[in-house]
Design a binder for this molecule. Structure first.
Ligand code: BGC
Length: 425
């Protein structure tokens, strides 16, 4: 059956259920008579959850008649939340606003007919002047804008326990040779050199991307994800060898842990390093850890002048019961105030360019400077570099590699998935 026909049938069925009172929309009238909206995301850990709660509170303070419920779904690097989103959109029970990765990940919902254009909001609020053109472009299709960029995160960072490094006289590694030297030393002391939590597959892809950045220039990396570079190349094989060696120094229980569990290993000193996006600084700060005292960071080897960009953007579905109130919420999320509150706690830099960063943490202030100065590379693990379908195949291949370490199989899986690169979303 054609996908669109199937969607129509599911939608008619869902409308029928709703009419019969069989499903209750979260987006409805609140008990006190005010309006209730909800926001769907995967911001559930320390730092990211605080950031989300701060904007919910900020909005409700300005709009006492509208209640916004937090419908966040944990885990999966967004996969779980996206599955819920898909069911809710198809079932006629859309959240008022939802999180997506900017670009193909967001725009695939437009192709399925579920996204409301935000052009009027951009016009009315002067957002075209304060949001970077590249981020607006990333969330646009056929001349219309479908996403509100919330932030910019960086993925190519090694976070480390400063006290462990001090105790063993270790300097942060600038090359993979140094990384493996340190790893040997730490292992001999009974410390896990590299924390990994790949219960969510995406986090192994993020570590693999660090090995790729060691081999590929920003330009060549982009061509990998457009299909112009061969997957079978000396660079790819060398990256896989490096990745395999990195895996030798990780905790045995990695497949049972998520990113924040791996971060906890670094906090306790059980592990020394963790390669993760910079929501990690928000997590550390939510645990009262001090930058350059309790934890430090360095860019992953051979990417010292590269900013591996991750972007979260918000989408607003069609067919809402309370579209005006949902718009007011999106309007608030795009305000200078919300972008400040949110990103200050999250560890990201605001997507909006006119936010005063004076109160931001040490890491974020440095990240904002780096974002201006470094070469920008759209992160594959950040979900925006190419189609969602291809990235999901990479996740599968990387996680199979984590257990099998078979370079030929890995390359074959990517080659088999190549047609997905041509999908727009
Ligand atoms: C998102 C971040 C989030 C992280 C961990 C990433 O996919 O882009 O906003 O903090 O996942 O949940």
């Amino acid at each position: 059956m054609k996908k669109s026909l199937l969607l129509v049938i599911i939608t008619i069925f869902a409308i029928f259920l709703t009419a019969c009172g069989g499903s209750e929309s979260k987006e409805s009238s609140g008990e006190s008579g005010g309006t209730k909206l909800d926001i769907l995301s995967w911001w559930t850990a320390g730092g990211e959850a605080d950031a989300l709660n701060a904007v919910l509170k900020g909005f409700e303070e300005e709009h006492s008649d509208i209640k916004v419920e937090n419908s966040a779904v944990a885990g999966g690097g967004g996969a779980n939340s996206q599955a819920v989103l898909s069911t809710r959109l198809q079932g006629g029970d859309p959240p008022a606003v939802f999180q997506a990765q900017g670009g193909p990940d967001l725009l695939r919902w437009e192709s399925a007919g579920y996204l409301e254009p935000l052009d009027d909001l951009y016009e009315e609020n002067g957002w075209l002047d304060v949001y970077p053109e590249e981020l607006i472009e990333m969330n646009s299709k056929d001349g219309k804008i479908y996403g509100l960029p919330m932030n910019v995160h960086r993925n190519n960072v090694i976070w480390y326990n400063e006290k462990v490094f001090d105790e063993y006289g270790i300097e942060p590694p600038e090359t993979f040779d140094e990384f493996f030297e340190i790893a040997e030393k730490l292992e001999a002391e009974g410390i896990t050199p590299l924390a990994l939590g790949n219960k969510t597959q995406r986090w192994a892809t993020l570590v693999f991307e660090a090995a790729l950045l060691n081999e590929y220039s920003v330009e060549d990396m982009a061509e990998l994800w457009t299909g112009e570079e061969d997957f079978d190349s000396p660079e790819m094989r060398s990256a896989l060898e490096t990745f395999s060696k990195m895996l030798d120094y990780t905790n045995d229980n990695h497949s049972a842990l998520d990113w924040q569990d791996a971060a906890e290993l670094v906090i306790s000193g059980e592990a020394a390093m963790h390669i993760m996006g910079d929501w990690e600084t928000g997590f550390f700060e939510s645990k009262d850890l001090k930058p350059n005292e309790d934890y430090g960071w360095i860019q992953t080897p051979n990417s010292e002048d590269v900013f591996n960009v991750v972007n979260d953007s918000m989408g607003m579905p069609t067919e809402l019961n309370n579209p005006e109130e949902a718009q007011q919420f999106v309007e608030y999320l795009g305000s200078e105030e919300a972008q400040k509150e949110f990103n200050e706690l999250k560890g990201s830099i605001p997507a909006r360019t006119d936010v005063d960063l004076a109160d931001f943490g040490t890491y974020s202030q440095a990240a904002a400077e780096d974002f201006k100065d470094f070469k920008l590379s759209i992160s594959l693990a950040g979900g925006s570099a190419t189609s969602a379908g291809f990235i999901s195949k990479v996740d599968d291949a990387v996680n199979e590699f984590v257990t099998q370490r078979n370079i030929d199989n890995f390359i074959k899986s990517l080659e088999d998935a190549k047609p997905l690169l041509d999908e727009e979303e």
